[in-house]
Design a protein around this ligand. Structure first.
Ligand SMILES: *[C@@H]1O[C@H](CO)[C@@H](O)[C@H](O)[C@H]1NC(C)=O
Ligand SMILES: *[C@@H]1O[C@H](CO)[C@@H](O)[C@H](O)[C@H]1NC(C)=O
Ligand SMILES: *[C@@H]1O[C@H](CO)[C@@H](O)[C@H](O)[C@H]1NC(C)=O
Length: 385
């Protein structure tokens, strides 16, 4: 039966009234991102710091890779689950000269990275010299030279992204936590740390603007997690304040993280105005991680504030004997920083980072857009609403 124009319109009108959201969603097709370019710190480092400063040693990687794999984790990170769900291979670290394949993206993140350059060395402070501005210089180099290399043909064309991948790809960010802890580790007060947050956010915006000016369009931005719930903060800084929240986390540090996140969200809103062709998704990873720690048992986890792999103390964390650390007793080597029995039931891996099981849980919460602004699933993040 042929519908008249009038009856077609009536049908459409009825559908729009009854299913306004499903129609809006169905009218958009999935983004089919051909590549991911990631920027960040250890939360998404897949081998950058390890390539430059020495591998994250065993038992890192044991759960999934069966050996160290450049990640500060027993297995996969959220960025690995992101790549998998988009049907792409795990990202090679830009700094890793060995066996890397950048055909579907590159990872510029390194453990210990901050947004602002820290003016210290890794050995002095523990912060990576590969701050976000440096990651953006690396990206500019990669953007340009990957195409020169690709044009050599043969195997090179199978190792480098196509030029159009830079405009069609997803740019992911997970960075900021170390900018906050850097101040505290320099004995700054919470007020002093808060005071420099706007500068940190401004430098973040500059990097997004730079990538946009080079053709990047789709941005997936994680906010920073509840750093006050991590053993390395609880062990080292809780004594300075003593303020604990309902989950047993150090509240001043979480409040600063939330302040950072509020400013980050404001910046994303401003960037939407400044960069009219960009789709920017802000993802509230903080809330997901806090929920996991606060209601660990409900979600199938235990001992949320204790490191799985570490050595002693209330949080199974000792800054001098970290995960994997060894000592020699009468010429015999003893491993002090051993993994717990069941990393799959634990949230914290080594006092600083999440386990693969926790990363998977976090990924499953964020992939459908429930914690995103705008509320779009990962595979729709090329759309604006
Ligand atoms: C590093 O030094 C520069 C130049 O003195 C300064 O502007 C910047 O704020 C410093 N960075 C940090 C994180 O203190
Ligand atoms: C790089 O990875 C892609 C995707 O997995 C694959 O198709 C390609 O053959 C790889 N390149 C080489 C040289 O192995
Ligand atoms: C911070 O204070 C502690 C205790 O007073 C001191 O040992 C440490 O050297 C200080 N750190 C910095 C970076 O000033």
């Amino acid at each position: 039966m042929e519908l008249t124009n009038y009856s077609k319109n009536v049908v459409l009108l009825v559908l729009l009234i009854v299913f306004p959201f499903s129609i809006a969603a169905n009218s958009k097709s999935p983004c089919d991102f051909p590549a991911v370019f990631n920027f960040g710190d250890s939360n998404s480092d897949t081998g950058g710091l390890s390539a430059a400063f020495g591998q994250a040693g065993p038992p890192a990687g044991e759960t999934y890779f069966g050996a160290p794999a450049g990640r500060y984790c027993d297995g996969r990170l959220v960025i690995d689950f992101i790549a998998e769900s988009l049907g792409l291979p795990h990202l090679s670290a830009f700094l890793d000269a060995l066996g890397s394949n950048f055909s579907h993206g590159a990872n510029f993140a390194t453990a210990g990275s901050t947004i602002r350059p820290q003016n210290t060395t890794l050995h002095q402070s523990g912060f990576s010299p590969i701050s976000l501005n440096v990651q953006s210089y690396e990206f500019n180099d990669f953007l340009h030279r990957s195409q020169i290399i690709r044009n050599k043909g043969d195997v090179f064309s199978k190792l480098m992204p196509k030029e159009k991948h830079f405009s069609q790809g997803l740019y992911t960010f997970d960075i900021g936590q170390n900018d906050l802890t850097a101040g505290y580790f320099n004995n700054m007060s919470t007020d002093q740390v808060r005071a420099y947050v706007p500068d940190v956010i401004n430098q973040f915006k500059t990097v997004i603007q730079g990538i946009y000016s080079r053709g990047g369009r789709y941005f997936w931005i994680h906010n920073t997690g509840p750093v006050g719930c991590l053993p390395y903060i609880l062990d080292r800084l809780l004594i300075t304040t003593g303020q604990v929240d309902k989950a047993g986390c150090a509240s001043p540090f979480n409040e600063v993280a939330q302040y950072f996140n509020a400013k980050l969200k404001e910046a994303v809103i401003q960037l939407r105005k400044d960069l009219p062709l960009a789709a920017l998704t802000y993802v509230d990873v903080y809330s997901v991680k806090y929920e996991l720690i606060y209601r660990a048992n409900k979600h199938g986890f235990e001992h949320p504030l204790q490191a799985c792999c570490g050595h002693g103390g209330k949080y199974n964390f000792n800054i001098n004997h970290g995960c994997g650390s060894k000592i020699k007793v009468k010429g015999k080597e003893i491993i002090l920083g051993k993994s717990c029995k069941n990393p799959s039931e634990r949230i914290n891996w080594d006092g600083v980072h999440f386990t693969e099981a926790a990363n998977k849980w976090v990924f499953e919460q964020i992939v459908n857009g429930l914690y995103s602004d705008p509320p779009l699933p990962l595979n729709m993040a090329c759309h604006k609403k």
